[in-house]
Write a protein that binds this ligand. Structure first.
Ligand code: IMP
Ligand code: MG
Length: 327
């Protein structure tokens, strides 16, 4: 078995969907696995010139690759079937391609309802936190007990460990800054967004080949804490970068990239390759700044900032990418 992992190094919304798409197109994967979160995520994917926003179904489905919602995820059945329908309606065949791990957990109506009342964290109100709480309180419901999932269930051990030549692309949701353990608690999501989170889905550590970290050349965060400095430039970045939530439509708060957070995320995730997205947005506002040790560093030029980042991440293969062009 071989596995590559895609992780977001900031607060989600860094363009994992795009990287998944690129790797699927050029790769030889037999499976794409979503390993954490669920309806709270929104992966924006441009396929054959058409934009899709998926929430729970992994992007492998666009390439006819078996796509699995792993045991690290929680699934809302209504959203799952809506998404299947939406893909089919737009000409993407899902027949025999989309599966849910038997031991994934279910987001119930009561979870959804409870999450509507959140004010403290600024959740996506998708029932994510209450569903994980009940899972860990041993009061949750596993996917295999729902009759509506018949035909979609998969046993991860049989699927990954009882056949030859399995190559899995593990696609995470959210990001390091939102990770339940490594993020800025309590302003986090309720799942494991790191490469370690992928391993919780039946992937043995020795199968891991590459870990693709994804970041933006600036940062965005959506949620209840105050994140954006009160400066006009960040409003411009939001405008040019179209920084509004894919799931909730909320404006994302913006700031310069925090290089200390980035390096910590790269170290803890064991990143081997790193894609910086949305370089074109900083080009549009013509500012090249990062935060290091709580200071704002100003490079004055695109090349200056790129050289700095390549040096800081010297043992990682670094790529810079415009939006929405390919890597
Ligand atoms: P929850 O995951 O809906 O409980 O939300 C917890 C925190 O994570 C909130 O700050 C959300 O805005 C944030 N969050 C959850 N999913 C995403 C995502 O896919 N992108 C960006 N932020 C997210
Ligand atoms: Mg997203």
């Amino acid at each position: 078995m071989e596995a590559d992992i895609i992780v977001d190094l900031q607060y989600g919304d860094c363009g994992k969907g795009k990287i998944t798409h690129q790797l699927c197109k050029g790769g030889d994967y037999t499976h794409v696995l979503r390993y954490n979160g669920s309806g709270n995520a929104g992966h924006t994917i441009i396929h054959n010139g058409k934009q899709f926003v998926t929430h729970c179904i992994p992007a492998g489905v666009f390439f006819g690759i078996k796509s699995i919602i792993g045991p690290g995820c929680v699934v809302n059945p209504d959203q799952f079937f809506d998404e299947i329908e939406e893909l089919e309606r737009n000409g993407i065949s899902t027949e025999g391609l989309v599966y849910i791990a038997e031991n994934a957990h279910v987001i119930m109506d009561s979870h959804l309802h409870e999450d509507q009342g959140d004010e403290k964290i600024g959740t996506t109100k998708q029932g994510n936190g209450p569903a994980y709480r009940d899972k860990y309180a041993r009061d949750g419901i596993r996917a295999k007990t729902l009759p509506c999932f018949e035909g979609y269930l998969i046993n991860i051990y049989d699927e990954f460990h009882q056949s030859e030549d399995v190559k899995i692309l593990c696609e995470g949701a959210q990001g390091f800054g939102l990770d339940i353990d490594w993020g800025d608690y309590p302003f986090v999501t309720s799942s494991h967004c790191t490469s370690a989170g992928a391993l919780l889905n039946g992937i043995p550590p020795r199968a891991v080949r590459n870990v693709w970290g994804v970041a933006k050349v600036y940062e965005t965060y959506v949620g209840a804490k105050s994140f954006e400095p009160d400066e006009e430039i960040f409003k411009m970045i939001r405008y040019h970068g179209k920084e509004y939530g894919a799931t909730t439509g909320r404006p994302r708060q913006c700031n310069w990239m925090n290089v200390d957070l980035l390096k910590k995320a790269a170290d803890i995730n064991g990143v081997t390759h790193l894609v910086f997205n949305k370089v074109d947005i900083l080009r549009q506002v013509n500012r090249w700044k990062v935060i290091e040790n709580d200071d704002v560093l100003d490079f004055n030029s695109e090349e200056g900032m790129k050289d700095f980042l390549i040096k800081e991440l010297d043992d990682i293969e670094v790529f810079f990418s415009d939006n929405p062009n390919s890597i």
